[in-house]
Design a protein around this ligand. Sequence first.
Ligand code: PGD
Length: 770
Amino acid sequence: MTDRRAYVTHTAHWGAFSAAWDGDQLDVVPHPADREPSPILGNFRNALRHPARILRPAVRRSWLERGPASGPRPLDDEFVEMDWDKVLPLAAGELSRVCSEHGPEAVYGGSYGWASAGRFHHALSQVHRFLNVALGGFVRSVHSYSAGASSVILPRVMGQFESVTRRNVTWEQIGQHTDMVVAFGGMAVKNSMIAAGGVTTHIERGAMGRASGRGVAFHLFSPLRDDFPHEARAIWHPVRPGTDVAVMLGMAHTLLSENLYDRNFIERCCEGAEQLFAYVLGHADGTARTPAWAAEISGVPADTIAALARKMVDSRSLITVSHSMQRARYGEQPVWMAMALAAMVGQIGLPGGGYNYSLGAMGHTGRRINAVPLPTLPQGRNGVDNFIPCARVSDMLLSPGQEYDFDGKRMTYPSIRLVYWAGGNPFHHHQDINRLRRAFAAPETIVVHDNVWTAMARSADIVFPATMTLERDDIGAAGTDPRLIAMRAAVPPAGQARDDHDIFADMADALGKRDLFTEGRQSHEWLEHLYESTRQALQARGWAAPGFQEFWERGEIELPSEPDDGGVLRVFRADPAGHPMPTPSGRLEIGSAAIAGFAYDDCLGHPAWFAPDERPTSRHPLVVVANQPATRLHSQLDFGDYSQSAKIRGREALRIHPEDAAARGIRTGDVVKVFNDRGACLAGALVTDAVMQGVVNLPTGAWYDPVEVGEEHPLCVNGNPNVLTRDIGTSKLAQGCCGQITVADVAVWKGQLPEIRAYDPPPLVSGRAG
Ligand code: PGD
């Protein structure tokens, strides 16, 4: 029998668990309260001592020999492993040089990424604190790859992102009040398994099953049938990727032309509706956005569109839009139009009704939010004003000094000399990887902390080996989960890996700023210090507030939550003048004078349909949906057992409709090449009617693994779809990423099958003596 005493509590973005280490493999047991634990936990088993781990600090040989700006950074370049006491001064000296010659505005520390779930050892918080404290600031990035477009449009037209996404409609309300859910982009449980900080219970599958048992009708608009779990018994409306706005406009047309919309709600609570109504009815341009017009664009039958619109006003209905819908060109539009449609239905702010952007897109939504603050590492003050929307990183590196539009402002890309990255993998998250590689050839120096040899680590000049989450103590929590978890180390660090915090403390030391960075605390003292604010808040509310030692020994404590009261939208609905929304008019802005004033050609003053500016052609007739993977979080632990178990002949699985497969002679199990003008990758074919015809589905997260095959662009042999996607902003308004959809063709791979080397370290030589 297993010795339960060896198990320690821990958590990851994909859920809380206990773990025990036998010196080689990790046994993982989900949190006892979690009835639907994520299978992604299975990736930890073989991860801790995988050959992909970075074991020692390493410096690119060409950088070591020729210094900064030593040329392009091929991914198979040789690295020299060196001792900490040699590499730390080298890196600190380079930071000093760049800062004294060009100032901290020449350092990009946007360093986007999810990293680990701990509240203290969160790599991004650490790198931002370090750059603020040690350099006085850095060029930062704003918003996210998850919600780039919605983070900008929602506050402008509806309300603060967190308040209208998280404290709005809960699964409890759906269970009691809702009759129908119309979900654009669906609510795949692979997505709600994930919540930054990690949850101790995954509730979505059960909640959907119970709701559907009570008679709630879930309607799924998606090109993929499994964007709802089977428990929801969803009705699938296959829709051409990127055309949902047309469907919503068609529904709005039915409500207007049949006079079914809630005039009272529009007049009491909304601004600028007349502009949208004129557009829907075609008053200005003669094109009425009828259900038939929408059917032509989307492939959804006109009768279905009209019937659903009628049903929505006849029952308690909830409209949702997933993150994926706005991770595409003109991604602001579905987010905005869904709000407008829900306003016409008139149920925003009612229990279980209205509009909840991103419900089910992550484990954070649809739950009660916590009533006490979570432990949070202060990040200091950034003295540099310039920033970029995070998905514009290649543009910035390739075009210093160039002007661009963002959210009503005219911005200028800074001239970056040094990139400092910790806790993210741009070769996973960024679009058009061939362009990204050119961009990362530009800076004079790149420093990366990671625990594994990702393509980003291989693109660095100086690489610091960071511990994995299970190799250090931390505190875990998510803002909508009722437990604070003691994340106890289960495994000693691999090789010479050190905690990001300790690496930064020594870097700060070399720059004469140790005390400012550490405030005189060791890591365990930081944990106690950060815990204290939560403990005091618990005490103030009369909740059990044990001291740190007791919390640590118990492994977890309970956190209280706010009432399930519908948040700001409920109060606003009841009294729009007394409790205005934080928009310019204080109302829900179906039309926005501010956005109209920007005079952008790709985002008007009201929600609108923009025909895709990249569509299928005879050369690239298929639409690729590059969504979130089901077997890992992003690219994390792609080498893990569970992720690898779903690969086909070692490569990421590409799902293709039987008709499209037959037309190309493709069978399940074949290796196929997926290609367009930007790049190409290999994948393993899976023929299924769960994807609609004309669409292929290649999830993100397979580690980038390029080989030269005598073509213009290298071939990624592992199946990373970001070699295909377009590096362009959603619009001038939000400049979000467009990674979700692109066009390509697929063919059976007839060449020799290249070996997968993504998870091998680069060539390493020992520099111990040097
Ligand atoms: P991860 O794979 O989670 O991806 O992009 P993100 O960069 O966050 O990368 C985290 C990295 O942190 C990994 O390399 C991991 O090893 C490292 N790491 C983990 N723990 C630590 C630590 O303690 N210290 C250090 N130093 N490093 C650590 C995610 C991004 O991708 C997101 S959020 C979304 S929503 C986007 N989704 C899509 C999409 O749908 N379609 C496409 N085509 N592209 C996307 N990209 C985006």
